[in-house]
Design a protein around this ligand. Sequence first.
Ligand code: SF4
Length: 351
Amino acid sequence: MKMPVGTVPSKQQLMQSDRQVATVIDLNKCMGCQACVVACKNLWTEREDAHHMRWMSVATAPGPLYPRDFEKKGGGYDATGNARPGELPTMVDSGDAFTFNHQEVLYEGNAQDKKLEPTSALGGAPEWGYNWEEDQGAGVWPNPYYFYMPRKCNHCSHPACIDACSRNAIYKRKEDGIVLIDLDRCEGHRHCVAACPYKMVFFNPVKQKSEKCIECFPRIDKKIASACNRQCPGRTRAFGFLDDENSLVHKLVEKYKVAIPLHPEYGTTPNVYYVPPMSPQAFDSDNNLTDEMRIPDSVLEGYFGKEVHKVMDTLLAERQKKKDGGSSELMDLLISRKWQDRYAEFTNHPV
Ligand code: SF4
């Protein structure tokens, strides 16, 4: 991940790209199976110095998500465009790196007396871990609810990480807007970790460098969709260039405007977009169905901003057309009967 050779460019040049790739994630279809997380981990962070990192994560919402409580750790920009101060997540916030007593329980004949116990990378019992609150959600009977929130670097169009780097080590690739760290330039000051409001940059304490999602750029160069996107068994993901009018990402983001970013108020113009979840109808206190949805509007607005209300109106109206026996191009696009329809030009096999 080396920066193109030449004079040190300005921040504006580091942030510029000719085109932009984007990911769309349909939260109505994500089943929390973690296949995307495993695909990413196996490729990029399955190594001793990176066990605590998940460049791709799926956590249960509402909840502290991943890294833990990232929404309370600042970074990004305020409404006037000024940088907001940010905090560093701890190693435990990033999910710890448990080990288990497999040897003792499974290979030394103790399975009848002992059980598998995790040990924190810091020693002792873990205080928190990745997906610690899985499927807890919120709401009270008879209207409990949750949904899954997959997250990775947004490859933002105005990345706070680039702005914050004192070494000018972070840049957007000209050809597709992927945000990369030049590890030869990085000195591990971690300004990028604090500045990213999504806390999607991770510190490698062994190499003393910052690392993050690289959107599988060696695959992108060969027209293979990034591993998290391609490995999703639920046809939840779409990937492609935002300006490619034939791509599903363009249709969902620009044409139908039903895919919107998480926390747009952070001011970094993210390029991961979400189709918000349509939850079941809520019950009233007499157990009769109401016209309200189980996931409160205020919760959706808290994640996706006010735009989410228009999106929900569109999604519900289009779904109703189908229910009434009519047709809806949008619903057909969201269903995608062929996986190839989701990845635009990035359908080559990862051989
Ligand atoms: Fe940088 Fe964070 Fe945006 Fe990724 S999500 S480009 S790390 S500011």
